[in-house]
Design a protein around this ligand. Structure first.
Ligand SMILES: [Zn+2]
Length: 474
């Protein structure tokens, strides 16, 4: 995710200069509930008693009626334990019906901020696969749902957005494949994650179909409905690149074409591009003041507000490896996404000729007497700080210092091993620390304790390791 920066922080690199400063919705912390998962920051999110394998989300939406979305979602899941009762996450909406394996639920009820509690008519055996189908309708009004000034709609939000439009097990630890069927009035287009399916016209409506064939965390799912201009291209290996622009968004062929260069560059550093499609959704400003992030790494097709530009494309596409393919274990792991996406921007600058040792030294020297700059713990930064700006700036410095500590070979081998070993799964930051130590044959405990668990300027041996220790970089 990229978002507007607070005024109190210095922008450390030119690549962070963002033309449009939009606000960011603050994350509400829901109350703990007996039906939640195990996230230390969001204990009410998700339900650890089942594991979703696939979402089939069908929606109908007319931009002329912003107070109504009709939904019909079928969740296919495996029971982790025998189930008489379980919960989905969905905020708002009137529930018309809930069935489990085709049989009406014994009962369903709402609880907490976003729980839909389902009691099954027949017990689901431990290990069994089951399908729960929920039909619902109403005004989508939760975090992540954005009505656009153009009249369209976009879903983008981290940590939360899925609860605004379909029932889910809303936690990044439960990833699933995803199919979207979206029916909109003729003249409008719906864009989703992954590959397009058949588009069918019927009367005054058009139905668009999309499917993401690799497991996806719920916050990375999206739908955007607008009068899009859609461009299609291909990566050299044939992977489709689908780029959609809301009306009046700037369209620049050269910038759009950079997606191929950027994905090729990132693949050269991180390993093969993990998904079967790529591209962008470029949306206009939100109609209300509940703006989303400037950009979000929605899986296989990042969402950008207002324009495409290279720094943002590098960042969001780097997330396809870091955050999307390899996802958090829980929300303590934000660095696994943001530290790496931010450092990817610097690798891109280096590719274009920048001296990263010089910019690193400049950044450290500029901020060494500013305690708040170093105060964020990169792992487990604390509830409400799961996407703290420190993950971005201090996180990128940490990765450059790690690279200079273990050397380029070990550093980039670690990155490629990481994206390969954990592809399409979940991992935690401590696992990354262990892998870096294993690959480099170095004891990195002191380094990571100082940078990742520390809240002050790291000691000199960790701040200026290897060639960073010489003034040549300054
Ligand atoms: Zn990001």
């Amino acid at each position: 995710m990229r978002r507007a920066q607070p005024r109190s922080r210095r922008t450390p690199h030119a690549v962070l200069t963002i033309a449009v400063a939009l606000g960011m919705a603050l994350t509400a912390v829901p109350a703990a509930g007996a039906t939640g998962g195990k996230d230390p920051y969001f204990p009410d999110d998700g339900d650890a008693r089942y594991d979703v394998t696939h979402y089939d989300v069908r929606i109908a939406y007319d931009p002329a009626r912003t107070d109504r979305l009709d939904g019909d979602t079928t969740v296919t899941a495996r029971a982790v334990q025998a189930l008489d009762r379980f919960a989905l996450d969905l905020k708002g909406f009137d529930i018309a019906s809930v069935t489990v394996n085709g049989a009406p639920a014994k009962a369903f009820s709402r609880s907490g901020a976003h729980k839909l509690v389902v009691e099954t008519a027949h017990r689901v055996a431990k290990g069994a696969t089951f399908k729960v189908r929920v039909k619902y309708a109403g005004k989508p009004d939760a975090e992540g749902w954005h009505t656009l000034a153009s009249g369209g709609v976009n879903v983008s939000g981290e940590p939360h957005s899925a609860t605004s439009w379909y029932p889910s097990n809303d936690h990044p630890s439960d990833k699933a494949t995803f199919a979207l069927t979206a029916t909109v009035p003729k003249g409008w287009t719906a864009i989703g994650n992954g590959l397009p399916g058949a588009t069918t016209a019927k009367g005054a409506t058009t139905t668009f179909r999309w499917h993401e064939d690799r497991p996806m965390a719920t916050y990375l799912s999206t739908v955007a409905i607008d009068k899009f201009t859609v461009h299609k291209a291909k990566l050299p290996d044939g992977t489709p690149v689908i780029t959609a622009y809301s009306p009046d968004m700037p369209i620049d062929a050269e910038t759009e074409g950079q997606q191929k260069d950027i994905l090729g560059f990132l693949a050269s550093k991180f390993g093969p591009y993990p998904f079967s499609s790529a591209g962008a959704i470029v949306i206009g400003a939100a109609a209300d003041d509940r703006n989303g992030p400037l950009a979000l790494e929605t899986q296989s097709r990042p969402t950008y507000t207002a324009a495409l530009f290279d720094a943002s494309m590098v960042h969001e596409n780097a997330h396809q490896w870091f955050g999307d393919s390899v996802s958090f274990t829980d929300w303590r792991d934000g660095c696994l996404a943001e530290c790496f996406a931010q450092y990817a921007n610097q690798l891109w600058e280096e590719h274009k000729g920048a001296n990263l040792d010089a910019s690193y030294t400049d950044e450290v020297e500029t901020n060494k007497d500013t305690p708040s700059y170093w105060a964020t713990k990169l792992y487990d930064p604390g509830q409400g700080k799961e996407l703290d700006f420190g993950l971005y700036f201090k996180g990128a410095l940490m990765l450059h210092a790690l690279r200079r500590t273990i050397g380029d070979d070990a550093f980039f081998t670690t990155l490629r091993r990481w994206t390969g070993d954990h592809a399409y799964g979940n991992a935690s930051f401590p696992q990354f620390e262990a892998l870096a130590a294993k690959v480099s044959h170095k004891d990195l405990k002191g380094f990571f304790d100082a940078w990742v668990r520390g809240t002050t300027l790291p000691p000199k041996q960790y701040l200026y390791p290897g060639s960073l220790g010489t003034p040549a970089g300054r």
